[in-house]
Design a protein around this ligand. Sequence first.
Ligand code: FMN
Length: 364
Amino acid sequence: MTSRRKFLTILGGGVVLAAAGAGAFVSTRTPAKALAPWSAAGGYDDRRMQALSYAILAPNPHNRQPWVVDLSKPNEVTILRDKARNLPETDPFDRQLTIGMGCFLEQLAIAASTTGHAVSYDLFPEGEDGPVAIARFRQGASPDPLFGHIMNRRSCKEPFQDRPVTTTPDLEALADIHTDPAETAALRELTKVAFDVEAFTPRTLEESIDLMRIGKAEINANPDGIDLGGAFFESLHIAGMMSKDALMDTDNAGFQQHHAGYLAMLDTTPAFAVIRTQGNTREDQIAAGRRWLRLNLATTSLGMALHPVSQCLQEYPEMAEHYAAAHDMLAKPGETVQMLGRLGYGPDTPFTPRWPLETRLLNG
Ligand SMILES: Cc1cc2nc3c(=O)[nH]c(=O)nc-3n(C[C@H](O)[C@H](O)[C@H](O)COP(=O)(O)O)c2cc1C
């Protein structure tokens, strides 16, 4: 979520080097265990496991990976959402978590297509409190070209280049692409004020900070949430300069530097992508997630970076004014803006952690 550059100015490199010691430390800080699911993808004989090994690499809010699957019926996968992974403060109605499940379903279907399987979904077959979907596999699909971009897809949480975005019919078939200078300026301001609301509302800030995994050991032990890895963060952590308490303290230099860096990053956004739906049923939210995943793969195929910035779409009282502003700007009356993302050209970024597929199997 956060790049080292944002911390460098205030904290200075000296502390880091002192804490980090030798280069050997740097080279051992990759949380290899937490990243193993990326190299395990595609290595399964069972066609359902094969497709699922890619589905678990889907984007999802705060990398909660709320999916659980049941393989007890042949040719089917029952897909559930683990409610223990809810985000009650920033996603009180589970709208974003449901969108993340839509991303998972789409990535599953795309991956299954490469073994010639079409996947059909029966959504919420027992209503909202039951499984999200029953996936049925049958022969007869041709490979989806977006499959080739799954391993390179990221949510790019970094400053973008000063380079304009030219939209394409493929992107516009999936989302509204906003490139107009006046519109993008207004959206940059909106994303910044909304980010401030989340950051200065203690319970929403705490929800994010509780999900931070700082350094290799924490990331490997809990390969989800917001990972702050690498020698830089780990050194600060060891030096006692980067703790959850420090990040909760809005007067702390670490908090302030992180916060200023995030706002500066939001300012480097040449374009925005928006997915809106006419209704706001669970099925609409799943459909929005499926479209977002395809958009994220399509932008990857074009060398573009995409980064969800969801704060102004969150549904809690302190955010209501900005939620209304987002809807005024981006949707027709009655529609719901499901996703808002920064679109541009960004740096390459590393994989984010994942729980191994085997840990997501019910009765597995
Ligand atoms: C519905 C949804 C909302 C998201 N909102 C945000 C957000 O507000 N800010 C952010 O930095 N990332 C957001 N993300 C991106 C996730 O943090 C990201 O998918 C997750 O950390 C996994 O990383 P990856 O997409 O690079 O694999 C969102 C993703 C989804 C699906």
